[in-house]
Design a protein around this ligand. Structure first.
Ligand SMILES: [Zn+2]
Length: 131
């Protein structure tokens, strides 16, 4: 499968070495975060000196253009674009540390959802993010 993730603002490719790279910020705290490109795999890599506590909300940013990837209307969620085998999707995921939910959206519907907390935002995503 040929998958690539990119920023919805600058179109910069965030897929690096089989991970997705973000800049994350919470107040004066900021760091680089690498996530698994496999939807539903919540593996995270960051420097051990960068601390994240369960339940903290970090704002995910594009590390290229620094755009805030937060979803309009819901600070707990971020979105990026994904291309898989020539088809494009919006991928929405939680910015809350320890909250596991991911939505793969294409052509006005949630094509798949992942994570044990997926039910938390189904209503919001359905009402606000589908056209
Ligand atoms: Zn960008």
């Amino acid at each position: 499968m040929n998958t690539k993730f990119f920023c919805p603002h600058c179109k910069g490719i965030l897929s690096v070495n089989n991970q997705i790279v973000f800049t994350v910020k919470k107040g004066s705290k900021q760091g680089l975060l690498f996530l698994s490109p496999h939807l539903g795999d919540y593996s995270v890599w960051h420097h051990p000196e960068f601390h994240m506590q369960e339940g903290e909300i970090f704002n995910f940013h594009c590390p290229i253009c620094m755009a805030d990837l937060s979803v309009r209307g819901h600070n707990n969620l971020a979105a990026l674009r994904m291309e898989e085998d020539g088809k494009s999707y919006t991928v929405v995921f939680s910015q809350v540390k320890g909250e596991h939910c991911t939505y793969k959206i294409s052509e006005g519907s949630i094509e798949a959802s992942f994570g044990e907390h997926f039910a938390n935002y189904v209503d919001f995503v359905s009402a606000s993010m589908l056209k």
